[in-house]
Design a binder for this molecule. Structure first.
Ligand code: KDG
Ligand code: MG
Length: 415
């Protein structure tokens, strides 16, 4: 059998998603997620103009061969746009293979290594009290791990910090949508203020406040969002040690792998990095020198199931575990791909889970489930996600950009 059609769906039920639909000559359909937050249309063009025409007529069961073809054929290897497109096709081909086998995808990846995936939620609050309120909501829902982000006195809006909606849930999407102005649509990433010194002083008090309220058992994670210099990151990692963090994520910009040596020299706080990475080569120094403890990539940005499995096999040799990226800009299709792989690999660590909005879940129907702090991909053949195209068509694409921290004391100060 062969690939007969490749369609690219763009929909915006609350936020933008790019989904590939591959249809085979015997009528089986597979879905793949190629959503790249803030750069969605680049991936759409890449898929429609440069990938789809080259794959029609190929044997859809040759997943590894097609992955290598898409990786090598552009000449320009890697990069987020290319790899998001590769990811989408790869996931769709695995979805098809599992549907043809009549099995949930994890069974084709070696079968379940565990009964469910330890999961962490996103809790945040502008104050420690509000943060604790949000954490209580997640603990009541059964979460055994939470990522904690809090406001810093003296700073206004902080990336990833938002007070929970009534009921304790966090539905914050940091990408700002375009606003219509007199001259048309205004769209540019906003430049926000930041002050690392204030943050470094405040964060240990946040951890102390949460530990006071919840004790020692709850796993606490924190995301530094690439904002620190190496020595600042080392200082933070060391100052959090008394509160036993599960991990400190993106403490420095990930592209400079060697600086993690300095953080490691000063602290035993576990480190996680990689949500902006897209290939195993981005991890070469980090993994071989054991500079991280958790791989943060997702199937959506790191080359699908095939690319992410490559990274995790490499990491396994060095005792490094997974912590796959699962914010709302990874679509339910990408989330399902993460879950199937996570259930199968033996070096699984934890899975991030920021549940999608009702609007998103009315477009994407999922079979994965959350019970007692654990996620499971479900047992529907394939990835277990359906795209309701009629519902998707009701949500037109809306440009949206993530903000950037650049300003300090009213002037540009890049980190
Ligand atoms: O698109 C950006 C988000 O994916 C990112 O802000 C989420 O840092 C993030 C996380 O750890 O989930
Ligand atoms: Mg992150």
């Amino acid at each position: 059998m062969a690939i007969d059609r490749i369609d690219v769906n763009v929909t915006s039920p609350g936020r933008n998603f790019v989904t590939v639909k591959v249809t085979t000559s015997d009528g089986i359909m597979g879905l793949g997620d190629g959503t790249l937050n803030g750069r969605e249309l680049s991936v759409v063009s890449y898929l429609r103009d440069h990938v789809a025409p080259t794959l029609i007529g190929r044997d859809e069961s040759q997943i590894e061969s097609i992955w290598q073809y898409l990786y090598r054929s552009p000449y320009w290897r890697r990069g987020p746009v290319t790899m998001s497109a590769v990811s989408a096709i790869d996931m769709a081909l695995w979805d098809i293979a599992a549907k043809k086998a009549g099995e949930p995808l994890y069974k084709l990846l070696g079968g379940a290594s565990r009964s469910g995936l330890l999961t962490y939620a996103h809790a945040s609050g502008t104050t420690i009290e509000k943060l604790n309120e949000a954490i209580h909501g997640y603990v009541e829902d059964g979460f055994r791990a939470v990522r904690i982000q809090a406001g810093v006195p003296g700073l206004d809006q902080i990336y990833g910090v938002h007070d929970a909606a009534p009921g304790g849930k966090y539905e914050y999407e940091p990408a700002g949508r375009a606003t219509a102005g007199a001259g048309g649509t205004t769209m540019r990433p906003t430049e926000e203020s930041w002050d690392t010194a204030a943050y470094l002083r405040h964060l240990p008090t946040v951890f102390a406040g949460v530990r006071d309220e919840f004790g020692t058992e709850l796993r606490l994670l924190h995301d530094g969002h690439h904002r620190m210099t190496p020595i600042e990151a080392a200082k933070l990692a060391k100052s959090l040690e008394p509160y036993d963090p599960f991990w400190l994520e993106d403490c420095t910009p990930g592209e400079d792998q060697a600086v993690l040596r300095l953080v490691r020299q000063h602290s035993v706080t576990p480190l996680a990095i990689g949500e902006v990475f897209n290939s195993v080569y981005d991890y070469q120094t980090l993994i071989t020198e054991r500079l991280i403890d958790y791989v943060r990539s997702s199937a959506t940005h790191a080359g699908g199931i095939t690319g992410l499995r490559q990274i995790m096999s490499f990491a396994a040799i060095y005792g490094i575990r997974s912590g796959f990226h699962g914010p709302t800009d990874v679509s339910p299709v990408g989330m399902a791909a993460n879950l199937h792989l996570g259930l199968a690999i033996h070096n699984f660590g934890i899975q991030e889970y920021m549940p999608h909005s009702e609007s998103t879940l009315s477009v994407f129907r999922t079979s994965y489930r959350f019970e007692d702090g654990l996620l499971h991909p479900g047992d529907t053949p394939g990835l277990g996600v359906e795209l309701d195209e009629e519902a998707a068509a009701k949500h037109d694409y809306q440009p949206a950009y993530l903000p950037v921290n650049r300003l300090r004391d009213g002037t540009v100060h890049d980190w």
